[in-house]
Design a protein around this ligand. Structure first.
Ligand code: ZN
Length: 223
């Protein structure tokens, strides 16, 4: 049974659609899932798309929550398998946080000419403001065995619940400063329980999906 509603949140620098998939429920919680912030982390898109397939096929999987899924935040970067968007901006450093910092355009973590300068950033801010999720899982991938359930704001309890299933460490910091990150904006400054799920780069998409299916469900079932 298909009960999802798809709509376009906005368009990328090069005009690609940034789509959201909203799944209604009794609204115990609204959970937002985001993938593809970084175009060179395709596993994050794979997991978010699998999640959409699951919600479409099995209503019970939503566990009484309203789910909103944006599987591909940065479609221009994804098309080229590049981290940043078509303006060479790292979307995950472009949010209008108090700690947003001007950085070199040559940096792979370039935060843009000004906070929220990019249409991809605006699209993400729009979906948060429209749906007011109470918890957010934003999916990335990372190398050197630094995979983790990284939390911001009131996200620690959710990160701990997810760890019981995926066995990834729980961290408050990724090991380096992330000014202008989505986690700082949504978690710290908007007080939404936010977990940045960093998948192990070396594991296959299939393995990541199997290891995280129950962990992702936690975002809905966690009290
Ligand atoms: Zn990333």
């Amino acid at each position: 049974m298909i009960f999802g509603m798809t709509f376009t949140l906005g368009r990328s620098v090069e005009g690609r659609a940034i789509d959201a998939y909203a799944f209604p429920g009794p609204a115990k919680h609204t959970v937002l899932m985001l993938g593809g912030f970084h175009g060179d982390e395709p596993k994050s898109v794979f997991l978010a798309r699998r999640w959409i397939d699951l919600l479409r096929a099995d209503r019970a999987a939503s566990d009484g929550a309203r789910w909103v899924v944006v599987p591909l935040v940065n479609p221009d970067g994804y098309a080229k398998r590049k981290r940043r968007n078509a303006h060479q901006v790292d979307i995950n450093r472009n949010f209008p946080t108090r700690n947003w910092t001007r950085t070199s355009r040559r940096s792979r973590m370039y935060g843009g000419p000004s906070p929220a300068s990019e249409p991809e950033t605006e699209a993400v801010m729009r979906v948060v403001k429209r749906y007011r999720p109470s918890r957010i899982v934003t999916i990335h991938s990372i190398g050197d065995d630094r995979y983790c359930n990284n939390y911001d704001g009131p996200g620690r309890a959710l990160a701990l619940a997810m760890r019981r299933h995926n066995r990834y460490p729980v961290t408050a910091s990724i090991g380096y400063a992330t000014p202008g990150s989505f986690g700082a904006w949504a978690g710290v400054e908007h007080n939404i329980a936010t977990v940045t799920l960093e998948l192990p780069l070396r594991h296959s998409p299939k393995r990541c999906w199997e290891d995280n299916l129950q962990a992702l469900l936690c975002a809905a079932s966690w009290p």
